[in-house]
Design a protein around this ligand. Structure first.
Ligand SMILES: *Cc1c(COP(=O)(O)O)cnc(C)c1O
Length: 395
């Protein structure tokens, strides 16, 4: 198919739910993407945080190749090795608990919402969520999402959610009632503009949850799998959640979601209460194991921490030079640059110059390079970003 034919088919045959950039990608390797014209791009926003180990990591590719040649799917009323191995790996990296496998972030959060409802046993059902949060597009997760713009047009949404201000302890203390069964949050709000939760705030949430037997549900769909320099974001905070939800980078590019529930409450779910046809399939679980191997083998957490320091230092220096940068924030390699102007044009200018970044919340540029990014690649990206910032500074 030729370029124009592909664009036309999308126009004619694919529902118009995305604002798309007219680029067609055909190949990826590590930090790079290649388009249909053979042009190379430096990818500082790999799939909304899917390719944390880079595009087509060899460990992921060989895992997939190996598994598809043996067996692709068996239903969840049987057993298989890959799901067992992945569950063990996930527990090893988090806390003593049990895993439910599904296919996406929104599904992982739906599982957590359903779990909380069962945990409340009909007596408590309210889940507290936060302004500017993002938990997914299916109705339950959408109701949990604290941003009107995603919810508009879909009323009535499921009830039982209370959205309150983020990072404000007095507001939280007023918000918790006898009816509260869970508090659900991101430790770094990704779609909300890279808003980092305060340590003291998270500590306090843990305390409230302990005291009132409330579930602390941490959505690690975007922050997980090394994004913040630790395997999971909660490990930056000296607390353990009761439930975490995962997706995005877990499958190295294939769709997977997971909910991990701490052990002593895990039996709240009984056989028949929740299910997924594809959840925890053989190929995807093996791919996810490949992601863990890749992170380990290439010492990516250490690299992410080192590169994080480097990039934040460089961005702080750029803040002095480019007055349109208001603040730089984030943890690890989850980085937001808040501007005093709209960021969309700057992201587009970067793309023209061969750098992929994202703009969220109108004024926040988001950088989330793969965990094995090098200094040289950061230098190149920031050079391009500087040019784009300069162009928009003069306007
Ligand atoms: C992307 C995202 C989701 C939704 O994940 P999908 O796989 O697109 O359903 C949920 N929570 C957070 C924090 C996310 O970033």
């Amino acid at each position: 198919m030729k370029k124009q034919d592909i664009f036309r088919v999308y126009q004619d045959c694919i529902l118009n739910t995305y604002t798309r950039v007219p680029k067609i990608f055909v190949k990826g390797k590590g930090m790079n993407l290649f388009d249909i014209d053979g042009k190379k791009y430096l990818d500082f926003f790999p799939g909304w945080g899917v390719a944390n180990v880079g595009h087509c990591h060899p460990k992921v590719m060989s895992a997939i190749r190996d598994q598809v040649s043996k067996l692709i799917h068996i239903p969840n009323n049987f057993y298989h090795i890959q799901q067992a191995k992945l569950a063990k790996e996930l527990i090893y990296h988090t806390f003593p608990g049990k895993v439910f496998f599904c296919n996406s972030g929104t599904e992982a959060n739906e599982a957590a919402i359903k779990f909380a409802r069962v945990y409340g046993a009909g007596k408590r059902f309210e889940i507290i969520t936060f302004e500017n949060s993002f938990h997914g597009r299916t109705l339950g997760s959408l109701a949990a999402t604290g941003q009107k713009r995603y919810q508009d047009g879909f009323a009535p949404l499921p009830t039982g959610f209370k959205t309150i201000k983020f990072n404000s302890l007095p507001v939280l203390e007023r918000g918790v009632t006898e009816n509260t069964v869970a508090i659900m949050l991101e430790l770094v709000q990704g779609e909300g503009g890279i808003n980092v939760a305060d340590r003291s705030y998270i500590y306090k949430i843990r305390e409230i949850c302990n005291k009132k037997n409330i579930l602390m549900i941490v959505d690690e769909v975007q922050t997980g799998m090394g994004r913040t320099g630790k395997m999971f974001a909660f490990q930056n905070y000296d607390i353990k959640p009761d439930i975490i939800t995962l997706a995005k980078a877990l499958g190295g590019g294939l769709p997977i979601g997971a909910m991990i529930v701490k052990k002593d409450i895990a039996d709240t779910f009984k056989p028949g209460m929740h299910a997924s046809t594809f959840g925890g399939g053989l190929v995807i679980c093996k791919a996810a194991l490949g992601v863990f191997r890749g992170i380990q083998k290439d010492k990516m957490l250490k690299n992410a921490q080192k590169m994080s320091n480097y990039i934040f230092d460089r961005l702080d220096a750029m803040k002095e030079k480019y007055k349109i940068i208001k603040t730089v924030r984030g943890i690890g390699l989850m980085i937001g640059i808040e501007l005093s102007v709209e960021g969309k044009g700057i992201a587009e200018e970067c793309l023209k110059r061969g750098l992929i970044i994202n703009c969220t919340h109108n004024t926040v540029l988001r950088l989330m390079p793969a965990l094995n990014v090098t200094k040289k690649q950061i230098d190149k990206a920031l050079h391009i970003l500087g040019k784009a910032l300069l162009k928009f500074s003069q306007k």
